[in-house]
Design a protein around this ligand. Structure first.
Ligand code: VGL
Ligand code: ZN
Length: 187
């Protein structure tokens, strides 16, 4: 990687959880392939003293996004289950900041900034630029990036460190274009 992390940056890893990887309840195709890529970025963050944030989708069993409850997704990332855990091969530093979202049955919360206080937390840590990777490109990563731009952060999306669901062919590409138009830099 030629891009460098520097003071004032944060690395934000979105929903790198068992249920979003092959074998999980809502598998993102090749979702597990983001892990080695993001592990290299974590090493770089540690070397530069840059904070690492990891978001988790943490739903109650009666969450509205689940099909039996009228939503579009199979039940996934139910709190307390193995599927909701972050992939054990993601080398998160001990001091990583964990952000849980989707905790309320009646709210979707795709974005790691939605109802989590993350923007305030990052500003308090003097973060201005955020490097984003994780799952899934066309849902939670997209929503997170658009919210972060709205909140005034400079955003770098780590293209190799994310994968789309692509429920409709081209969803991932369209999400990338939308983020680019909104001001994200795709690296
Ligand atoms: C996600 C669908 C439902 C994601 C979360 O993390 O992209 N997608 N819940
Ligand atoms: Zn979810």
């Amino acid at each position: 990687m030629k891009e460098r992390l520097e003071p004032g940056d944060a690395l934000l890893l979105v929903d790198v959880q068992n249920d979003f990887c092959p074998g999980g309840a809502l598998p993102v195709p090749s979702g597990d392939e983001v892990v080695p890529v993001l592990n290299r970025w974590i090493q770089e963050a540690k070397a530069e003293g840059v904070p690492v944030v990891a978001s988790r989708d943490r739903h109650p069993p009666d969450h509205r996004s689940f099909r039996p409850n009228g939503g579009i997704w199979p039940a996934h990332c139910v709190r307390g289950t193995e599927g909701a855990e972050i992939r054990s091969d993601l080398a998160l530093p001990e001091e990583a900041i964990l952000v849980d979202k989707g905790k309320r049955a009646k709210e979707e919360n795709y974005s790691a900034f939605d109802g989590t206080g993350l923007a305030a937390k990052l500003r308090k840590a003097d973060v201005r630029r955020v490097w984003v990777g994780g799952l899934a490109l066309d849902y939670c990563v997209r929503a997170t990036v658009l919210d972060a731009l709205e909140a005034g952060f400079e955003i770098f999306l780590i293209r190799e460190g994310t994968r789309p669901v692509d429920a409709n062919p081209g969803d991932g590409e369209r999400a990338l274009e939308e983020m680019r138009r909104a001001g994200a830099k795709i690296v």
